[in-house]
Design a protein around this ligand. Structure first.
Ligand SMILES: [Zn+2]
Length: 80
């Protein structure tokens, strides 16, 4: 797993050694699902089509211990 698309200043959390970060997203929008009137089958494949994601966290947090690690912008570029 060395072919990361993004480059981060660390490869593990300096606090707990965790290898996963989380970045909080603000999500808004709506979803629609379809219900077949005859058999009651629910078609939900477009349920997430109208959701908009905005990175509002600005900080990459350790997924394990929750500590702030570094700042990122909306495209996951590290802000120095
Ligand atoms: Zn940690």
């Amino acid at each position: 797993m060395q072919n990361n698309k993004y480059s981060f200043p660390i490869n593990q959390c300096p606090h707990c050694g965790g290898g996963t970060i989380k970045i909080r997203q603000h999500i808004h929008g709506y979803g629609e699902y379809l219900v077949d009137l005859e058999n009651g089958e629910i078609e939900s494949s477009s349920l997430h089509d109208y959701l908009y994601y905005k990175n509002t966290g600005k900080y990459a947090l350790c997924a394990d211990c929750g500590k702030r690690l570094f700042k990122v912008d909306d495209e996951l570029n590290v802000i120095q």
